[in-house]
Design a protein around this ligand. Sequence first.
Ligand code: ADP
Ligand code: MG
Length: 158
Amino acid sequence: MQITVNSPEQMQELGRRLAKLLRAGDLVMLNGELGAGKTTLTRGLGEGLGVRGAVTSPTFVIARVHPSLGGGPPLVHVDAYRLGGGLDEMEDLDLDVSLSDSVIVVEWGEGKVEELTDDRLLVVIHRAVGDTTDEVRHVTLTGFGERWATADLSVLSA
Ligand code: ADP
Ligand code: MG
């Protein structure tokens, strides 16, 4: 599934839509270079999930927990860039929430957090080649595992 996004606002809207597909225990991995829009997408996700607290770059804290305001799953937002050891370190973070009860969004977690679950949604964001506005992004979504085998991602591009 590939979606073209033309502005930060549209990226946030994509996050809000994606939130509707997510439930407790889901792992979303966000890849893409610095400034691609991973945190912007997560901000929309947080809005869609109805969580407390502004979603900002977690770069200096590794992980931030945003509790739900409406009884849904909390959002655990991880920047794996500083998560050297992967899963073991995740568990050592003492996040105060159970990961299986949360929606987990990991920026730059490739090769580090796959073992959290067989099921994951990989979101890769690329800047569009030759885009002089630097606002166009191509977003590729790929679901892995049983959880995503039957998910209808086409609702995201509506
Ligand atoms: P990352 O987390 O991938 O490093 P951020 O979401 O923190 O990226 O920052 C993306 C930056 O790019 C923001 O300043 C945002 O305003 C800008 N931007 C421009 N166009 C887009 C777009 N289509 N989607 C997301 N961000 C965009
Ligand atoms: Mg970021």
